[in-house]
Design a protein around this ligand. Structure first.
Ligand code: SF4
Length: 411
């Protein structure tokens, strides 16, 4: 294929990513079948460092939900969860994952040669992102007969003050006591601090990866980030994640030095606000690249950047890291964050994804697009869709809307 036929340039690190995620799932599979290690399930912005430091291997149902989406298997299973009484209106990660459990199926086999999801010894959620994760974990607690433990984080706040962080840190200390009974021993503070140090390194590297998109042309797109976010979600606190992002960053810096963009020609730069539409990432990648539009940055990618980790203050800094999140904040704080992102990545427009089953990560419902557009002086588009439930998404309608939006940018 000649260079002018290339729409986007695949990253070499993507080949390695498959092996990294394969190692992660193989270790869980081995522990699940031999019972050699205890397994904790955790929400994606939960206190994974605490779990790892206490000797658990950690599995994230949300990553399984995303895999159900990207492999387009989600639609086979959502109906089964609906029949069990889980509404089509609730998180389609939850419904597709529970549906797959009810069907006894998983895409992990085709993806990584792993035949089943690992059986948990304990389920640990943090409702900093939404209520759905709590209900999701309660389902599995009933099914597997294992304890479910939770961190309750106040949401919709403007400032995350020390009163809130102290409360979350206190819950984490209580959680460590509860987990000690399941782990068979108390938390070793030194191991906890070392795990936090590796999470901090992971976060710094992941942030640096995302920040390369401030260059023109951008060496990475939101679509690349959707895949490479995997280790930041599932492997933070491990050397494997650190090494993956070191390699990825090196490749992106090489692209910058050569002036090589992630897409063949970057005419416009756009910010993606909201969840990915997992089953249509390829459509979005092709469509945008054909129109010479680079989706340079997203709120989603930056949701796994945790600035607060400090190994010298393990509980407080972990609580701070998982409470300062975008999803925890009120509209005013979110608006300030987004305004800063639009400037930093020098975007020409912003696309809001109105994800029908995730109002928690949808920010187009209370006037934000217009307010932000007025303040930043750039146009916006709202795309109706969903993370996994493709009944909520019309490809034809979206294509028409994207084409009209880019035409407007051109004018
Ligand atoms: S934040 Fe949204 S996508 Fe994530 S678990 Fe909650 S409802 Fe589902």
């Amino acid at each position: 294929m000649s260079d002018d036929q290339i729409l986007f340039r695949p990253l070499k690190a993507t080949e390695k990513l498959r092996s990294v995620m394969g190692q992660y799932y193989a270790e869980l599979d081995e522990a699940s079948s031999t019972k050699s290690r205890k397994i904790a399930w955790c929400t994606s912005q939960g206190p994974v460092e605490l779990l790892r430091a206490m000797g658990f291997l950690v599995y994230f149902p949300e990553n399984h939900g995303a895999l159900l989406g990207t492999t387009r298997r989600a639609m086979d299973f959502i109906g089964l969860a609906n029949a069990e009484g889980y509404s089509p209106d609730v998180c389609s990660y939850l419904t597709s994952d529970i549906g797959a459990f009810l069907a006894g199926k998983t895409p992990l086999k085709e993806a990584y040669g792993v035949s089943s999801v690992p059986v948990p010894d304990v389920l640990v959620y943090n409702n900093n992102q939404c209520r759905d994760v709590q209900e999701w974990f309660e389902f599995y607690s009933r099914r597997y007969g294992v304890p479910v433990l939770g961190i309750r984080t106040p949401r919709g706040v403007e400032k995350v003050g020390s009163d809130i962080i102290d409360s979350v840190a206190g819950q984490m200390e209580e959680l460590a006591d509860d987990l000690a009974r399941i782990a068979g021993g108390p938390l070793d503070l030194n191991t906890f601090c070392r795990t936090i140090e590796r999470s901090k390194q992971t976060s710094i590297l992941w942030k640096s990866v995302l920040e390369t998109a401030s260059h023109r042309p951008s060496p990475i797109t939101f679509i690349d980030a959707c895949f490479h976010i995997g280790p930041a979600v599932t492997l933070r606190g491990t050397d494997l994640a650190v090494s993956h992002y070191q390699d990825l960053l090196e490749e992106l810096e090489d692209r910058i030095s050569k002036g090589t963009g992630a897409i063949f020609r970057e005419r416009f730069r756009i910010y993606w606000e909201g969840m990915p539409i997992w089953g249509r990432l390829r459509f979005l990648a092709d469509t945008m690249a054909k129109m010479q539009v680079s989706l340079v940055a997203s709120t989603y990618g930056h949701s796994w950047v945790f600035d607060a980790f400090d190994p010298n203050d393990p509980f407080y800094s972990t609580a701070k890291a998982y409470t300062e999140l975008f999803t925890v904040r009120n509209e005013r704080s979110k608006e300030s964050f987004l305004l800063e992102m639009l400037k930093r990545f020098q975007v020409d427009g912003i696309i809001f994804h109105n994800s029908k089953t995730c109002p928690n990560c949808t920010n187009s419902l209370y006037g934000m697009p217009k307010r932000l557009s007025d303040r930043a002086g750039i146009p916006y588009l709202v795309v109706d869709g969903d993370l996994n439930d493709l009944r909520c998404f019309s490809q034809e309608q979206t294509l028409t809307n994207l084409e009209a939006f880019v035409e407007m940018l051109a004018q």
